[in-house]
Design a protein around this ligand. Sequence first.
Ligand code: XMP
Length: 507
Amino acid sequence: MEKDPIAVIDFGSQYTQLIVRRIRELGYYSKLYQPGELRETGKPAVVVLSGGPRSTLEDGAPDIDFDYLKGMGVPVLGVCYGMQLLNQKFGGSVAPGNKREFGRATLKNESSGNCIFSGMSETSQIWMSHSDTVENLPEGTKVLARNDDGVPVALKWAEGFYGIQFHPEVSHSTEGNQLLKNFVNMGSDLPDFEIASFKDHLVQRVRDEVNGRKVVCGVSGGVDSSVLAALLHEAEVDTRNIFVDTGLLRKNEAEEVVSLFESFGIPIETIDASEKFLTALKGKTDPEEKRRIIGRLFVEIFFDAVGDDVELLAQGTLYPDVIESATSGSIASTIKTHHNRVDKIMELKSEGRVLEPLDELFKDEVRALGRVLGLPAKVVNRHPFPGPGLAVRCPGEVTEEKLKIIRDADKIFIDLLHEHGQYDNVWQAYAALIPVKTVGVKGDERCYEFALSIRAVTSEDAMTAEWAQLPYEVLGDISNKILNEVDGVNRVLYDISTKPPASIEWE
Ligand code: XMP
């Protein structure tokens, strides 16, 4: 990539990475930087200052090197916190808010065709989430739009400096994409983002970073590690691919993973550790303890196999994982420990012995990369699968009996989603066992068997999710087939919980 990416400066809003994503969706390369990294952005075509949870009025509030920013001579867009900060920097003021204004509002465009609003309606829905507001506007500031209450929600200060008091990156801001597009197009010499040429950049990056070292790569059959293995293969890197069968995988998954890699001419070593995992999980019911046990054992088994003197460990860490681990206060990083960030791996990382070439990409971009690398649709379109596997879909103690039920039901569910053409319409779908036995009737006899939950969600990034509105006839088919064919289940429930408050997985 010769041109520097469009810089999005992260002031900590939960939506910040969406700005990066939206800009990439427009076809331009964009990356997130911390406020202190402004000088490291090079020569970006435009700069966006994101929103954030803090107040610009607080002591120690995140700041920006304004002189340097002005000196860059490129268009700048401040979003919420970014707008308030810019207003202060230009000599205006910010008033503290008593409560957070959160939700939909209406934007009234007063810009008379100012180019940041070109092609947009006179009124449109916007999504707001802020408490402070700009108060005194510096002389010469133009108000480009207001909300219903007449409060300025879009400003223009000096040439090229804009601020908006709403989130254009959120889909509830109905014309948000148009605004971002207008803004980005004010930059000159924009960096194109196109996955086929990005692949060449990644192949080169891998070769440079590997630099003759031997690589080990843990593969799981999931999209990320498969794309990673295919990328290493494309870069002709000497790699040992290790697949740890935890026994917590879906039905036939281990065999399928091996045959996929073989068909690609990529050698793979399988370690069957299912007994070890099941034994370690015996009697354990606490969700976090189960996760910790699995994470620790996985790392132990993996490093037993590869030895401690790994020259370079390749991981399929994605951009959101990196951002989430880096952003303090990130919800995702505090809710669940990410298995790519355990101590042993962090230690290798600090020694420069971890290769994470997918760390600039979002999930859908990884899928596109997989397609460019020639991976079959079945692999690249695969739903995400959690590191701790079926254990997080088996609340309470994990036993082989329960795992078999989950595997059998899951296979029926997923096969039927494919058959009904619904698989690609959902982000993720799976069966989870509810550790409660309920009364039913089978073959004229009373039975006392487990209840099973099936869950299908739509989502953009797994940070939030909606339950998928699958047609009743599809749900009916799934339920009938599970009840007829899976021993040990006499009740099927469809999970209609959104995230938040529910998470996607049960544990
Ligand atoms: P939750 O349950 O937190 O899941 O809403 C969000 C997404 O992350 C996946 N997930 C994991 N992925 N290691 C992973 O690689 C994990 O420990 C893990 N836990 C959850 C989950 O399947 C969903 O896509």
